[in-house]
Every structure is written in structure tokens, then in C-alpha cells.
Design a protein around this ligand. Structure first.
Ligand code: B12
Length: 207
């Protein structure tokens, strides 16, 4: 497993894939590869990435390697039963920035969450319908344009209208992280993808 963690952290997706295949051939179950391999690598990357010191290229490469291993383990994607919880993620209508969203998706996949990615330029209605359909624990909104803030504030009321007020809303991305949860009408505003992942972990730990 150490070799898998090492190749993941090097962003060596070919090496990581080979290592994952070797472990599977040795009858190591996918759950162990997720928790002891992918999650361990993400946790080490998290320790290195503070808000002040953030190497975007490194995160993208590690994310690519993690995604490659996740696709190998679960070619059909995670089922709701396999994932730790389901999260629906998108950037909202009018915003085509998606690098931060994609990183967040990769970090959460690496931590064993099932991610339904609705992409960019997504209407609030589509997001809320997907949250209902997928029985999501949380809705994740990424925003890089200040102009999407009014839409972000509509997500919680739109969920409540469908009787989904229990679904938490987490916001992130350069334009949103300057605001408070109250101003955005969300449950949490994440500084980084890892910060959002920690909040999610805490949600699951809270009975
Ligand atoms: C790359 C970029 C683009 C690319 C986007 C490519 C892509 N596929 O994403 C292109 C060229 C397409 C682009 C277009 C535009 N852009 Co632009 N763009 C940027 C730039 C340079 C970097 C953004 C970025 O990707 N950062 C890196 C990512 C990784 O950071 P991040 O999103 O914050 O994500 C991290 C965290 O915040 C977190 N995170 C992100 N989302 C979420 C969500 C959750 C739930 C969680 C937990 C965490 C999380 O995870 C990441 C890792 O921790 C910024 C400038 C800047 N310094 O931010 C301008 C910037 C965002 N763009 C800007 C503008 C104005 C535009 C345009 C309107 C320009 C124009 N006149 O056409 C268009 C908008 C098009 C549209 N309709 O969306 C402005 C926005 C101003 C504002 N506040 O409204 C900025 C700030 C530039 C500026 N200084 O003016 N842009």
C-alpha cells in the first residue's frame, strides 16, 4: 500500500494504476485501497496544502492519479451504498470556471465520497432536482464570479421547497469564500477543497 500512496503523491497516474491493479490481483479489497491508499495520500496532500502554500499543478496531478485509480476500482462509479455519502457538485448558471470544482471532486473521490458532477453553467433547478434524485447528503456549489452569488443564496430555499431542507449546502471558490455563510445563505463556506472535505467528514461523524 505504501507504494500506491507514493505513486499517487507523485502524481504518477500510470504507476498508481499499476500498483492498484497489483493490489487487486493480490485480492486486496477496493475498500482498503480507498481508505489505506487514496485517503492516506489525500490526507498527506492536505497536510502540505495550506491556503498560503498551494501548488495547483501538484494537486491536479495527484487528483488525476486518484481519479484513475477510482475509475479502475469502480468503473461504473460508486453506488450510493459503496460511497461514504453522495454529494452533488456544480458551478451555477453563467459561470464556466470549473478548475476548482474539478479539484474538489477529485479530493472528495479520494476520500471515498460518491460525487455527482453536474458540470458548469448549471441552473439551480437542475442542481436541486439532482440532489433529490441522488439522495444527496450535501450540495456543493463552486463560484468564481461574484455575479452568481444571488443564485447561490437561492439553493437552500429551493431545496426547502422540495422538502429537502435537511440537505446541507457548502460553497467554495474564489468569489464565494470571501463571503460569510449567512450572506450566501449556505451551511458552510470552504477555504479550500480540503477544508470542505473536513467539514463533510465532521457532518458524517456527528450523530
Ligand atoms: C482560469 C480563469 C478563467 C478561465 C476558466 C477556465 C476553467 N476551465 O475554469 C477562463 C479563461 C475561461 C475564464 C473566463 C472568465 N473569467 Co476568469 N479567471 C480565471 C482565474 C485566472 C483563475 C481561476 C481558477 O481556476 N483558479 C484556480 C482554482 C483551483 O481555484 P478556486 O476555484 O478558488 O478553487 C479552489 C478552492 O476555492 C476550492 N473550491 C472551489 N470551488 C469549490 C467548491 C466547494 C464546494 C469547495 C468545498 C471548495 C471549492 O477548491 C480549489 C482548491 O482548493 C481567475 C483569477 C484568480 N486569481 O482567481 C479569473 C477570474 C475568476 N475570472 C474572472 C472573470 C471576470 C472572467 C470572465 C468574465 C472574463 C471575461 N470578461 O470574459 C470570464 C467568465 C466566463 C464565465 N461566464 O464564467 C474574474 C472574476 C471576478 C469576479 N469576482 O466576479 C477573476 C477573479 C479574474 C479577475 N481578477 O478579474 N477565467
Amino acid at each position: 500500500m505504501d507504494k500506491l500512496v507514493e505513486t499517487l503523491l507523485q502524481g504518477d497516474h500510470i504507476g498508481a494504476l499499476a500498483e492498484a491493479r497489483r493490489l487487486l490481483a493480490l485480492s486486496v479489497v477496493p475498500e482498503r485501497i480507498v481508505t489505506e491508499g487514496m485517503e492516506a495520500a489525500m490526507s498527506q496532500l492536505d497536510d502540505k496544502c495550506t491556503v498560503e502554500s498551494f501548488n495547483l499543478l501538484e494537486i491536479m496531478l495527484v487528483g488525476r492519479a486518484v481519479s484513475a485509480v477510482a475509475n479502475e476500482l469502480y468503473p461504473e462509479g460508486l453506488s450510493p451504498e459503496q460511497g461514504r455519502a453522495t454529494c452533488v457538485i456544480a458551478t451555477l448558471l453563467g459561470d464556466v470556471h470549473d478548475l476548482g470544482k474539478n479539484i474538489t471532486r477529485m479530493v472528495l473521490i479520494g476520500k471515498g465520497y460518491r460525487i455527482v458532477d453536474l458540470g458548469k453553467d448549471c441552473p439551480v433547478d437542475t442542481l436541486v432536482n439532482a440532489a433529490e434524485r441522488e439522495r444527496a447528503l450535501v450540495v456543493l456549489v463552486s463560484g468564481l464570479l461574484t455575479s452568481v452569488i444571488p443564485q447561490v443564496a437561492k439553493v437552500r430555499p429551493a431545496l426547502a421547497e422540495k422538502g429537502l431542507a435537511h440537505i446541507k449546502v457548502i460553497a467554495g471558490g474564489a468569489a464565494l469564500k470571501q463571503s460569510s455563510p449567512q450572506a450566501l445563505n449556505v451551511d458552510y463556506v470552504a477555504e479550500t477543497a480540503f477544508d470542505g472535505a473536513r467539514y463533510l467528514d465532521q457532518l458524517l461523524e456527528t450523530p
